[in-house]
Design a protein around this ligand. Sequence first.
Ligand code: ADP
Ligand code: TRP
Length: 334
Amino acid sequence: MKKISLTGIKPTGTPHLGNYLGAIRPALELTKNYDTVYFIADYHALTTVHDGAEMHDNIHKVAATWLAMGLDPEKGLFYKQSDIPEIFELSWALSCFTPKGFMNRAHAYKAKVEANRAENLDLDTNINMGLYCYPCLMDADILMFGADVVPVGKDQKQHVEFARDVAIRFNKQMNKDVFTIPEPLIQESTDVIPGLDGRKMSKSYDNTIEIFLESKALKKKLGKIVTNSQGIEEPKDPDSCNVFKLFKLFATEDECADLAAKYRAGGMGWGYAKGELQRVLERTFGDAREKYFDLMAHPERIDEILCAGAEKARPVAKARLEQVREVIGVGKIV
Ligand code: ADP
Ligand code: TRP
């Protein structure tokens, strides 16, 4: 039996290079050796997206990105979280095995509390219960499908560790190995992708480079990458440069050595380096971009794929939930 790789992406906006390199690419690489469970975490997105039309559109964007990048929906499971109601029942059950302190320590929640403190606001300002309980829902996502590994960016490590801890507690307290103990899988080279301003690329910082920008829009975006103010003639350091950091993730070794030498020699302007970055991005995403826009022009095809995916995933979820219900003593689903 193959091991299971599982991950989810929230439909909170247009997928960017951080999502691709931190989650989508590593997840797709695992399809060779693992059974895969990849999904769209729409109820996680609801903690921040409170506009129905926007949510709907974002779901299509994330699904189309997975499919355009090569996810084969026939292999493994591919669905949207809200189509599997069993996950929400499991989330409640798991929350009863989760110390409240875990939630207090969760990074996303803590960051909001600290931001409120810095602004002298009530510490609970703009924090809904969904955000607070976010890790419990993620535990259910992961444990429901028996994930062995969860490919994610570094920011999600703590959440996967909570799931691990809760699985161990449940199995121990109920004296039965119901849940597989999952592990986060984080690639060193792509753990934190820098955004336009050098901070972690994130929709929340408004510093993202979207995966499927058209050439003109991409050029404009890359123009915004912050560089230092060195003139063309000056020799430059590739390793501390945001443009080079991104280039390295898409270029061959020879291309990297070549561009690094141009940096060090002097006589190269930032425009040239950004042009090189654009070239490797277009090479990487050119074909997928066509597929993405084709899918986005036919959202009914995406819905059909997600619907078929949910039909395949639900029996798996039902079986696990039956097992949990039996162990905790509430009986079978009637
Ligand atoms: P955002 O921060 O833009 O809201 P998400 O939280 O939706 O992104 O992230 C979805 C997935 O992409 C997660 O697995 C996350 O770890 C990964 N990811 C997001 N941004 C980055 C980044 N800058 N570097 C590496 N991985 C990232
Ligand atoms: N919390 C993840 C994020 O912000 C998305 C997510 C939801 C997820 N459920 C998951 C990731 C389960 C991995 C496994 O990116």
